[in-house]
Design a binder for this molecule. Sequence first.
Ligand SMILES: Nc1ncnc2c1ncn2[C@@H]1O[C@H](COP(=O)(O)OP(=O)(O)OP(=O)(O)O)[C@@H](O)[C@H]1O
Ligand SMILES: [Mg+2]
Length: 231
Amino acid sequence: MERVRTGIDGLDEMLEGGLPRSQAVAVMGSFGTGKTTFALQFIQQGLKQGEKGIYISLEEDQESILGAARSFGWELAPYIEQKKLAIVKLEPNDAKTTITRIRSELPDFIKSFGASRIVLDSVSLLNLLFEADHEKRSNLFNLIQMIKRTGATCLMTAEVNDSNPNASRDGLVEYAVDGVIALRYEENKERAEVQLTVRVMKMRRIAHSRRVKPYAITGRGIEVHAAADAF
Ligand SMILES: Nc1ncnc2c1ncn2[C@@H]1O[C@H](COP(=O)(O)OP(=O)(O)OP(=O)(O)O)[C@@H](O)[C@H]1O
Ligand SMILES: [Mg+2]
């Protein structure tokens, strides 16, 4: 299985090289755990390696995404000018157009753009466009198949269920994707602090680590401390 480096060194180590190429992986976590940072780092790593990427956002607009990346020292604007990166903002309020656009335009756009990395931030917001559970499910499975068929590697961010940090908000994405990486807050009462931890919960066809590792979000992005243990 060919690997795609995430650009997060300690995590690539846990994954024995990176994410499986042409597969879909979800990064799941509650607010502020670094899902968007992770997605940006994944895109930035690709650009650095000469790959093209598409960042589909349902939340933040292009300016805000560029600003977030800049805060980690990643200047993305030149890549947009050189047509190596596209940031697509989808409007959740305009559900019908958004769904039509994704269905009819996305696969051709990925192919003609030549993108090998696709980010969807967040799939939880995308799922809100559909009312019935069966619609959410079939749309999600179709979307993932559609992206995988282009050969691109897809990273989607997902919000978690408030009462179960092991499950996504709608309990669907974790079954639809090939891999799940969970970002979490862990309370350390003795030291009166919260620790951020990462675990690989699933990665089809990869003998990944099952250890829980601490990570930090710094001015250089996410850093997983692979040598340290969380507990
Ligand atoms: N430039 C930076 N340097 C250090 N830490 C940062 C920087 N930018 C953001 N952070 C930290 O990362 C956190 C937010 O990360 P991010 O936006 O990636 O989270 P998220 O999981 O996408 O959140 P949400 O669910 O709200 O979209 C901030 O709350 C802050 O703690
Ligand atoms: Mg975010």
